[in-house]
Ligand binder design. Structure first.
Ligand code: ZN
Length: 278
């Protein structure tokens, strides 16, 4: 069954339309209230998701604080240069293997949290984020979707001067300052989409459209990335993969983020994130 999962003020919930349902309550305690534990039980709550129509709701999501759906991922991967037009604007050759870096889990924040800017070369990167749903090792790409709990939206906020300060560049540090990983608002199961490989993704800064693409133009698509990483290390439920950003980032013109800027990131079928820079 399709489901939409949210972290409502620290508690695992399912969402239908605008209503949320506390998972521990509607499962009579079978599902953990902790989003990190609950997401590993996604097989169990898929069943419950089918019965939300007969459940009493706990509230409306617009009236509560939505936190990162996966607040403390064990591992969090980033993929660089994974859209052809972004590799070109970065004046880099197209990769022949995925360019993978660590987006340190401590940078993960919620879908409406502020981004606390440091330095003066900070950039936005709208990204589709994959959430692993079960222990995954040596998985063929044609089975990848069945190991994915869902998809969410991410911003891979990047301090460009820091990212490029070392040779070779240390992407991990440049993209992992505190608050540089907004994610959310919902984690949406793959079977909720007509085609989870082809979703519209956009990013606006102060209402000005900067990025506009489809995830079908990823160089290394979601099944490939999951398969590739699973051959290197065991993936576990709640691991995140930031799949890369399309063209339109600020770096080519050094059109960077400033305090007060509002970053709006949207992916078809998942929702909208809004983050204000401070
Ligand atoms: Zn990125």
């Amino acid at each position: 069954m399709p489901f939409s999962f949210a972290n409502v003020d620290g508690r695992a919930c399912l969402v239908e339309n605008e209503s949320y349902f506390d998972l521990e309550r509607i499962s009579q305690g079978a599902i953990s209230p902790d989003p990190m534990r609950a997401i590993a039980q996604n097989d169990e709550f898929r069943e419950i998701a089918a019965s939300l129509g007969s459940q009493e709701k706990d509230g409306i999501i617009s009236e509560v604080t939505l936190c990162a759906p996966i607040p403390r991922p064990r591992n969090s991967f980033g993929v660089g240069l994974n859209y052809k037009d972004h590799a070109e604007e970065s004046k880099m050759d197209l990769p022949t293997v995925p360019v993978v870096f660590t987006k340190y889990p401590s940078c993960i924040t919620g879908p409406f949290d502020d981004v606390q800017l440091r330095g003066d070369s900070n950039d936005y990167e709208a990204e589709l984020v994959v959430v692993i749903g079960r222990t995954t090792r040596d998985l063929p790409s044609n089975q990848a979707w069945s190991h994915i709990a869902g998809l969410t939206i991410g911003q891979d906020i990047s301090d460009r001067d820091l990212q490029l300060a070392a040779r070779p560049a240390h992407f991990g540090l440049g993209k992992s300052r505190d608050t540089y990983g907004p994610t959310g608002p919902l984690l949406v199961s793959p079977d909720s989409f007509t085609d989870p490989n082809d979703l519209s993704i956009t990013c606006d800064v102060n209402g000005d459209r900067r990025q506009n693409a489809r995830t079908s133009s990823l160089i290394f698509d979601v099944p490939f990335l999951v398969s590739y990483l699973s051959e290197i290390m065991t993936l576990e439920a709640g691991d995140l993969i930031f799949t890369g950003t399309p063209a339109g980032v600020g770096m080519p013109d050094r059109r960077f983020l400033n305090p007060g800027d509002v970053i709006t990131t949207e992916i078809e079928g998942i929702g909208v994130m809004e983050n204000i820079c401070r």
